[in-house]
Every structure is written in C-alpha cells, then in structure tokens.
Design a protein around this ligand. Sequence first.
Ligand code: ADP
Ligand code: MG
Length: 702
Amino acid sequence: MRPSLLDPLFSPITSLAGIGPKVAVLIEKVVPADLGDRAARVGDLMFVLPNSVIDRRNRPGIALSAEGAIVTLEVRIDRHQPAPRGNRSVPYRVFAHDDTGEIALTFFHAHAAYLEKAMPEGEKVIVSGRMEWFNGRPSMVHPDHIALASEADKLPLVEPVYPLTAGLSGKVLRRAIGQSLERLPALPEWLDAELMRRQSFPDFTAALQRVHNPADPIDASPENAAWRRLAYDELLAGQVSLALVRAKVRKLHGRPLTGDGRIVNALRAALPYQLTGSQQTALEEIDADLAKPERMLRLLQGDVGSGKTVVALLAMARAVEAGGQAALMAPTEILARQHMATIAPLAERVGIKVAVLTGREKGRDRAQTLAGLESGEIDIVIGTHALFQETVAFRDLALAVIDEQHRFGVHQRLAMNAKGQAPDMLVMTATPIPRTLVLTAFGDMDVSRLTEKPAGRQPIRTVTLPLERIDELVGRVRDAVAEGQKIYWICPLVEESEEVKLMSAEDRFASLQPVFGNRIGIVHGRMKGADKDEAMRAFKAGETRVLIATTVIEVGVDVPDATIMVIEHAERFGLAQLHQLRGRVGRGSKPSSCVLLYKDPLGETAKRRLSVMRDTEDGFVIAEEDLKLRGEGELLGTRQSGTPGFQVARIEAHADLLEIARDDARLILARDPELVSPRGEALRLLLYVFGRDEAVRLLRAG
Ligand code: ADP
Ligand code: MG
C-alpha cells in the first residue's frame, strides 16, 4: 500500500483551486510524466520544470530603460485616462512617474475597474514588463506584473518560464505548480548524506522550491545543484526499480535451451543470402545465452535495414528446436503482419508452425490460435499488444522477442514474464541509442549490435528541396514510376487542432491521384486494418507504385525494391525519425534516393538537421547529432523535451549522475534487498514519487 503520507500528491489536479476539467486537460499536455490513461495528479505538477527564466531584477528607472528590455519599475500613479466611450481602438492609459521620468502604462480592451483597483492614483506601484519607446516617449504595454509597492514580495523577480500549450496561460500554470508545492508533505531523506555533501545537494523539498522560485537564473538551470538533486532522485528511482525488476526476473531462473541444429541449419540453408558477420556474431551470443541455465536478457541493437528480423527468427527456431515455443511482439499491426509474411514461408519449409495474433483476429480464428498456443501445436506466434492479454496462454513459452522495444514499458515486460516459465528475452531496437541511454531505458541488459549492413546495399542519395519546387519532383517521380520504381511519399500527421496549413496524407493523395491514377495508394493510421494490409500488399506486389503514407510505416516496414523516399515537411520531423523513414529505401541492390521536402523559411535547428541527413547515413552519428541538437527527447521518438522516460533528468546535463545512481542502487539492494531499513522505507517513498510503483509491488509480491 502506498503510504498515506503521499496522498496529497496523488489527488487529481482538479482538486487544486482554479483548476477545472478544461484546464486540467491542458495541463496534462505539459506534465512531463508519461500519464498513459490516468489523469494528472498534484505530484506530476512539481516536475513541470522551467524551460528558462525571465530576469526582472533590472531596475534602471524609467528614463534609463532601454527599448525592448524587460525591466521592473517602481512608480507613482499620476492619473488614469480611460478609452473614450465607444472607441475601443484607443487604449486605456495610466500615467505614472519615478525620479527619472514619466511613463504611460498602456492597456487594450481594458477592464477599468480592475485597473483602478490595481493602480490607485497617488499610490506607489511596481510594474514589470517590456519597455517600448515611441517618438521619445516611454511606455509599457500590458505589464506582465503589477503589484502595490506594499506587496512587492508577490512579484517574482526571477520568473520561471514553463512549457506552455495553446490555451494555457503561464499564470494559471504557475499558480497550479505553486499549489502543488504547498501540498508536498515533509519527506524523510532517502539520499546518502555523504553523497549529498559531495554534490552539494539540497534536500528534496528545498530543491523543488529553488527551481520553481529561483532567486537567480542559475537556480533554475539543469546544471545547478537543485535540479541535479532532483535528477539524481529520478535516476536513482529508475535504477532501483530496474534493479528490483531484474532481481525478480533473475530469480525466476531460466533453463538451458539447446537443440541439435536440425531446424536452425535447415532455415539457414533456406535463406536467399549469407548472414552478415555481425548477424553471425549476434546469433552466437544469443545461442550462448540460450544454452545457459540463467535467463537471457539481451538487447539487439541494429540500425534500420541491418537485418534484425532474421536474427530473431533463428533465435526463435533454436527455442523451438529445444522443445519450447517463441513469441515475437511488434509495436504495430502492420509490422506484425509483415513479420508474419516474411517468416511464415521460411518456417513452413522447415516444419515450424507459425500463427499471428493481433487485436484483429476474432472469432473462430482467434479461438483456434489460442487453443494452438495452449496445446503447443503452434510453435511461434507473432503479434502485437494482444499477446499480453490474459486469455493468451502458452504451453511452454521459452523465448519472447520484442521488436522496437521503446514502445513497450516495463509493465509489458513483466506481463510477458508471467506468460512463460521465465522465458528468455530478446529485445530488438532500431534506435541507435548511445550507451548512456541504453542504461536508462533498458537497465543493464546485455547488448548485441549489428554494425554492418547486408552486402550489396547501395548508398542512399539524399537531397533537400523547397516545397515550391514540388512540380519538378512530381515530374521526376512520374519518370521513376514509368521505369518501374517504387516510391514512398510521407506526410506528417496533422492534428486537427493545428493552425498551420499542412498537407495531410489524404490531401496529398487527392492532389497526386490525377497524375498517377490507379498506381497510387495510401496508408494511414486511421484506416481499418484490412485496408491498411491491402494498401501495403498492393504496394509490395507493385500494383501501386507510389504509396502516400503517414508515419505508420516508420517502424520496420520492408519493401526491398522501394527506391525513392519523399518526406514532405521534413522540417517537422526529428532526426531519428527522418533516419528511420529513410531507412525504408536502399534495401535492395538498386540505387535509392531520399527527397526531403521542406517549407521555407527554415529555422536554424531544422536547417542543421536536414544537412546532417544529407551528410551521413550512419545511425550513430545521427543519434549523437540529435542529442546535441535537441537533447535526447526525440531520440526514442517520445516527447519533445527532456529525456525519454524521465521527467526531470536531462541526460546531456546529468549523465555523470547516472553511473553514480546505478552503483548506489546496487549497493542499496545488496544491503537491503527488501527495502525495510529506515533508508529503504524512505526509498520506497522515492519510488512512488517518481511513479515507479510497479517496482514496489514487486517487493511485496516477494
Ligand atoms: P531491420 O533490422 O530494419 O528490422 P530487416 O530485418 O527488416 O531489417 O531486414 C531488412 C532487409 O534485409 C530484409 O529485406 C531482409 O530480407 C534483408 N536481409 C537481412 N539480412 C540480410 C543479409 N545477411 N543479406 C542480405 N539481405 C539481408
Ligand atoms: Mg525490423
């Protein structure tokens, strides 16, 4: 049970003054916690940390305030000049002065009553905002803050600026965050005193206070001790919970899986190509793990197109050979079916029975598959999240392979554990995650890497093109279609709320169909499953030659003879995503190209991103650049800010803390594996505070 001490942090944000259901929805967009389908809680608000600060300490006096500067002025109010009746275009002006001169405080569409109350004539008032000079006269339009001089302490001199979303005002968010801090109970210290001294960490509450109410801009920066303290807490919570999961997983000890090589060798002989050296090495590592009595927990990292699927297949074949069953889980239905299409014919030739199970299998087919899994008649099942459902039972699940893992969380990994007698786990990811992130995102798994591409691959020529020149591009695509080439054309997902006019996949399809007739297809996330399949099938078979798609194809789709990738509004995609998309071509022996269509004018970061794409195809180089350009938010395809899976920690600023946290976690659990000492109890609170409850549940389950 969660200690009741923490209850205030777990109440919904609508319990705060001024937060109704509508505002709550907006706040949920800026809360860094991965909410899933739960509502935001008071405790989530504490971790909405400032992006920057506005420094209002500058008090030069009216006459010395520079044009455009943010200043704070202490002025005496002289008189109010309301807008003339019936003429709303003339602003309401309030004239005031200090020792250096006079200023007009200017308000459009003002509420007179409010202004009169906030700035009574003759009173001393503090205003803060941006200075404007016009014809030698100073003014301040809509000051950000107005306070009576007697209440000056209400004015934040160093004001944190939080991430905002359309419709949510900074003031409302600041007030909500302030209230969340007030509700924070006094918590016992969970950090080691010596570490705190060495790192000059304040305590948890003080750290939050300092970041949210900075006295100096430095207080609100990730490099500062206060933020670092919070980051350390979060990293430690992560490491402790991973260590708990791992301890639990290891406890369910595995069993040796070995085979006589009959099926594996037959499969290898049936492949139309030679394995690459690194596929070979990865397989040896996997085989060695499988043969050991301990469980395998291995991450297979390989850039797009490096050939992870066949490695998974051979590993699964080994598990089957050893008498068990295997499951391959994909993040999308398209991908599950594609795996099925690749694997089924090969498997059939060597006598392995394969089935697919997604949310779409219904009725008798589904019942049959479920029965086959339970009886052991089916050797390999390929599916989506549906595999996690409780109705799915295996006779003997020996190996679980998870493709593109970052979309699945620890929860699902645990759910999968429950299915087998501690199945071996192989997690595959195409994201070229730097070493530091492997640790944060996956814990200390063993890693195999596919470092080379299959032989015969041609480099991909990448060009950038402004949208205005789309006609040229369409002409070139038409020529390519005439030559029998296949073209992907990606459009960004357009959210309905979006104000910018963007071409959606449907619009683009409509505009190109007159050119390509029945040789053009479309696939996007909102289509029915069967229609998606049909669109992919027709494109694979060459019936359609141009496929308009949203990013549903991003993860893992394989059409080896596609040669051109057009990405529309490329400036809106992150580097990692562009790389993933581009990796859909260049898989065959024909030369391929990638056209990044962008809309002028390009921002600096977008410009840099596109040029990185032009310069390199190396996933790791791209990942490193991504880290530099945007922080690692986009690297795992998750949020735009911050580190994936983390609310507070920013790997670029806190990488050094990660190693310490890992060692700390190990030491803690070596001494107190059940977290029952006083520090252990405090650490349980920490796990709750950072939403690692599942790990605490493991403790209880024993
Ligand atoms: P990813 O690592 O992106 O999942 P896939 O497993 O989809 O890559 O493989 C990409 C393509 O490369 C597939 O068409 C696959 O058949 C092919 N392939 C895999 N291994 C080899 C190899 N050793 N030689 C030639 N082609 C290969
Ligand atoms: Mg793949």
